[in-house]
Design a protein around this ligand. Structure first.
Ligand code: MSP
Length: 682
């Protein structure tokens, strides 16, 4: 809302958020200043399969941090990409009957599409098969070889092709010869290989970790890594001769570079190491973000590669927890992977992103379930935030003609809410900087709850009724300001909803960049602004329908609301009598079931094709617990044919079956077969 007050952008307002050092780039009336840089990366993903919700978790978190940092005045560089070499990929390609390049190309397309669906704003997407990467990997390998930190030797050991890693003799014995992660026998391999002198650098690495407590986070992972390094580092085998799908070692071409050595360097090859402008500008990385299982590679091998190159180390390696399912870790072989594209289509982008950010304390493991997702959407987005906006705007419309009134003097409770809202940006900034993403979202929603409590206590609808116009004006103004602050802060967390809030508040079609600088200012919304109440931001989801495809009995709403704001307090109502005309609006017909089958991927849903005389149509119904598809074909049932169509699991369901239920039983209402399909029931 800086625009309302005229020109609060630029250095003065940016200085207000306490970020800037006068030095470099931005021109402003002769003073120029550099934005601080922020370079963050995701792991580069294996394009061996379509990615699942676990991969989306890392990327959504990274994207959220970037959005926050951009708004907060940083010059952000966000790198993601794909890790395409290695034996595993070569084998996958062979299985698919494709060349490795064709195979990875086909999967990379789906990964980029996924990031588009999730609206990920990455600055670069590096593929390890690109020339720009391959050339620099060769250069890096050769440089370290020439320095003497890579040397050639013979190696024999127990190898897992899926891990692309060797196991020691002791591990082999302890594990009964099988890889614990991939449940496959370890293979005995003997190779002439190049080795990288990890051992030479282990003391230096320990000192670095000790001096830089933020280098490996969270704390628990740091401790794990320290003990791992202290237990002694062996030199690492960094070349392979048993397959060819990798970066060749130029000076000894039967070797290809070990895929992890190749992959880790992506963080600098993408920036044009050693002399690219981006490299000079953004390196060292501020955060390498990843799942906890690959922290070891990033906090041991990667820093040692950089030490060998005499380059600075990343500032932080952060290992977040896993999203696990009740049935265990997500894996293609278990067939329990959750497809983020499907979830976005069903629940919307904001809801899925919000859930990922909020549900699991960042850094810990968390169980994913669709039930939890729906519960989160309903509790936080529909009930708390959506309802706050909706009921506030309803009061505006009913009591001030939709115009933001001028406030009177603020009382104690007004001041308390104002203080809380004005302190929010600082609080969230601190949490985001510590990567406490879930806590940052929770802190924001605390203000949402406080505002809901405020509206309950102040009961503006009563103030309107009692003609207390000045007090009503103050309460409405406080709410408008708090909602402005919330919409602004929520931009990185609700990438679509925040803008919608802004426009419903009548503040403009999209949130201007200047709004950020107004986060710690009060009195920004101009009295006289016309609010524009629109559709609810986050409609409540019918849990039963979403999860089993059967709608819940609709909640009954009071005929006489207790307050002038109907949304304010839904009340339970006695069953009401309806008129014969109302009943006649329901078009009931006999219908003959001509085909029936289970809806794929569901347990309870059947897709029926029914003949209703004039046409055949599809109906999806949650009756698979009571009827097998075969037993239904040929039955004549009763169907409501003028029910609004609904898309359920990709099928357009047009109509509803009538059934009687009692206790745990369900029986379809049927008719004699001598009544032709389509006969009207009255
Ligand atoms: N290619 C390597 C990384 C090389 S980085 C130089 C790799 N790729 S991966 O495709 O397997 O992706 C692993 C990353 O995906 C994890 O580190 C994590 O960020 C994310 N996740 C994959 N499954 C996950 C969960 N179930 N839960 C949370 N994150 C998960 O490893």
């Amino acid at each position: 809302m800086g625009a309302n007050k005229g020109g609060t952008t630029g250095p003065s307002s940016l200085m207000d958020v306490g970020l800037f050092v006068l030095t470099g780039d931005i021109e402003d009336g002769g003073v120029s200043m550099a934005k601080p840089t922020f370079y963050i990366t995701t792991p580069i993903y294996y394009p061996s399969d379509r990615l699942h919700i676990g991969h989306a978790y890392t990327t959504v978190a990274t994207d959220t941090l970037c959005r926050w940092k951009r708004l907060d005045g940083y010059d952000v560089f966000f790198l993601t990409g794909t890790d395409e070499h290695g034996q595993k990929m070569q084998r996958r390609a062979e299985k698919a009957g494709k060349s490795p390049q064709e195979f990875v190309d086909s999967i990379v397309v789906t990964i980029r599409d996924l990031w588009d669906v999730l609206k990920i704003q990455y600055d670069d997407f590096i593929r390890t098969t690109e020339d720009r990467h391959v050339a620099r990997v060769k250069q890096i390998f050769e440089k370290i070889y020439k320095k003497g930190d890579i040397y050639k030797a013979e190696y024999e050991g127990w190898y897992c092709a899926d891990c692309e890693a060797y196991f020691t003799e002791t591990q082999h014995k302890d594990l009964d010869g099988r890889c614990p992660d991939h449940d496959r026998p370890l293979e005995r391999l003997r190779e002439e290989s190049y080795f990288f002198k990890l051992s030479k650098y282990s003391q230096r690495l320990l000192e670095h970790i000790d001096k830089n407590p933020d280098f490996i986070q969270p704390e628990s992972r740091r401790n794990e890594m320290v003990s791992f390094i202290k237990s002694g580092l062996d030199d690492l085998c960094v070349s392979r001769t048993t397959f060819s799908w990798g970066v060749p070692v130029d000076f000894d071409p039967k070797h290809v570079v070990y895929v992890w050595f190749d992959a880790l360097t992506n963080y600098i090859t993408a920036l044009g190491y050693p002399d690219g402008d981006l490299y000079k500008k953004y390196w060292p990385a501020d955060v390498h973000l990843m799942g906890k299982e690959i922290v070891r590679f990033h906090s041991i091998i990667w820093p040692i590669i950089l030490m060998a190159l005499d380059e600075p180390l990343p500032k932080k390696v952060y290992g977040h927890g896993w999203l696990i399912l009740e049935s265990g870790k997500m894996s293609k072989t278990k067939g329990n992977v959750v497809d983020p594209v499907h979830l976005v289509a069903k629940y919307g982008l904001d809801a899925v992103r919000y859930f990922l950010l909020r549900e699991i304390p960042f850094g810990s493991d968390g169980v994913y379930s669709e039930e939890a997702l729906v519960a989160r959407i309903n509790a936080d987005l529909a009930n708390d935030l959506g309802n706050l906006l909706n009921r506030t705007l309803t009061v505006f419309e009913r009591s001030s003609g939709g115009l933001v009134p001028a406030p009177g003097r603020l009382g104690t409770q007004d001041e308390a809410l104002k203080r809380q809202a004005l302190a929010l940006a600082g609080e969230v900034r601190g949490l985001v900087d510590r990567l406490e993403i879930s806590n940052a979202v929770a802190a924001t929603f605390k203000v949402v709850s406080a505002a809901n409590k405020y509206i309950d206590e102040q009961a503006p609808w009563s103030l309107a009724k009692q003609g207390k116009t000045e007090r009503l004006g103050t309460v409405l103004y406080v709410l408008a300001e708090v909602l402005r602050i919330l919409a602004t802060i929520l931009q990185p967390f609700l990438i679509e909803g925040a803008g919608k809030m802004w426009s419903q508040l009548g503040l403009g079609d999209s949130i201007p960049g200047s709004a950020w600088a107004d986060l710690d200012r009060w009195g920004v919304v101009r009295p006289g602004t016309q609010v524009k109440k629109g559709r609810p931001l986050f409609p409540r989801i019918d849990t039963k329908e979403a999860l089993d495809g059967t709608p819940q009995a609709p909640a009954k709403v009071a005929a006489t609301p207790v307050s002038p704001v109907a949304e304010e307090a839904p009340q339970v109502e006695e069953p009401t009598d309806i008129s014969i005309e109302a009943f006649q609006q329901v078009d009931l017909r006999t219908a003959k079931i001509v085909a029936a089958e289970q809806v794929k991927g569901t347990q309870k849903l059947l897709r029926l094709v029914v003949d209703i005389g004039s046409e055949q149509r599809e109906i999806v119904s949650g009756i698979a617990d009571y009827y097998t598809p075969e037993s239904l074909v040929g039955k004549t049932i009763i169907v409501i044919v003028n029910l609004k169509p609904a898309k359920i699991r990709g099928v357009e369901s047009r109509g509803m079956l009538l059934a009687a239920t009692r206790d745990e039983r369900l029986v379809l209402l049927t008719s004699d077969n001598d009544i032709p399909p389509g006969s009207k029931i009255s």
